[in-house]
Design a protein. Structure first.
Length: 128
C-alpha cells in the first residue's frame, strides 16, 4: 500500500509541470504578426516562459500594457539572454505572433533594442 501511494505521489509530481505547459497554436495565431514598441515595465526570467511587459502610448494618447511570452529560460540562456538582459525603462520593439483572443499578449519572434541591436542574436547583428 505504501509503495502504491509513493508511486502515485512521484508520478503526480513529474506530471504537473507538463500539464502547466501550453501549446503555441492554442494561444497564438501563426498566420498573423504584430509589432509593438514601448518601455519595459517588467522582465521575468522564469520558466516555463520568460515574460516581458511593456507599456506604450496609443495614437489616442492612452497608455496600454502588452505582455510578450518568450521561449523557455534554458533556450534563452543558450542564445545569450540573462536575467539582466532587459532593464525596466528600456525601450524595445517586440515582433511576434498575436494572441488568438485579441488581448495585448504575444509570442516573441524578435526583440530589438532602441539602438537596433537584436537581443539574443549573434554579436553585432542589427534589425533590418
Amino acid at each position: 500500500m505504501r509503495l502504491a501511494l509513493l508511486t502515485a505521489v512521484l508520478l503526480t509530481s513529474f506530471l504537473q509541470p507538463v500539464a502547466a505547459h501550453h501549446s503555441f497554436a492554442v494561444f497564438f495565431d501563426e498566420t498573423k504578426s504584430v509589432t509593438v514598441s514601448g518601455s519595459v515595465t517588467a522582465f521575468r526570467f522564469t520558466n516555463p516562459h520568460a515574460i516581458i511587459e511593456i507599456s506604450r502610448k496609443t495614437p489616442q494618447g492612452q497608455i496600454e500594457t502588452w505582455r510578450a511570452e518568450t521561449n523557455a529560460v534554458t533556450l534563452l540562456r543558450r542564445r545569450g539572454w540573462t536575467a539582466e538582459s532587459l532593464k525596466v525603462g528600456e525601450t524595445v520593439t517586440i515582433d511576434g505572433w498575436p494572441s488568438r483572443d485579441g488581448s495585448n499578449y504575444l509570442r516573441v519572434r524578435r526583440v530589438v533594442r532602441a539602438d537596433g541591436t537584436v537581443l539574443g542574436a549573434p554579436p553585432n547583428q542589427r534589425a533590418d
